[in-house]
Design a protein around this ligand. Structure first.
Ligand code: MG
Length: 155
């Protein structure tokens, strides 16, 4: 068994779709990034790569590479799973937290779990996703951005 942790931040801007856990969430702003900027999936990918001793997502999917421009992060998660399975690793479980002042994420959590679990080839109950605010403090509180963290176990 091996453990990994992941952390990511993206800025919220107008004129972008808000994608979290592969779910398009109605909101007046979206996350800015080279891919779809799915901060939750990025944290999970880094946790998985970390557990496998495989650097990080910037190493495997550089934001200077046009192949990854606007790409669904769920597709990148599938690529991460190939990297893990090539080394003989299988995911055990993931636990992740999204930090966002708005919008309320509870109605979308189950769909996020399904998307992520499907990309990882595991049951949805092995992918736990939590959402919290930071009580109006800091850059998440002001709505300038969102952050996510994740831990995962692989075997
Ligand atoms: Mg990112």
């Amino acid at each position: 068994m091996r453990i990994g942790s992941g952390y990511d931040v993206h800025k919220l801007v107008e004129g972008r779709d808000l994608i979290l856990g592969g779910v398009k969430i109605p909101f007046e702003k979206g996350l800015l990034g080279h891919s779809d900027a799915d901060v939750l999936v990025h944290a999970i990918m880094d946790a998985l790569l970390g557990a496998a001793g495989e650097h990080d997502i910037g190493y495997h999917f550089p934001d200077t590479d046009d192949r990854y421009k606007g790409i669904s992060s769920i597709r990148l998660l599938e690529e991460v799973m190939k990297i893990l399975s090539a080394k003989g690793y299988k995911p055990v479980n993931v636990d992740a937290t999204v930090v966002a002042q708005k919008p309320k994420l509870l109605p979308y959590i189950d769909a996020m779990r399904e998307n992520i679990a499907c990309a990882m080839g595991i049951e949805a109950d092995r992918v736990n996703i939590k959402a919290t605010t930071e009580e109006g403090l800091g850059f998440t509180g002001s709505g300038e951005g969102m952050k996510a963290s994740a831990v995962c176990l692989i075997e």
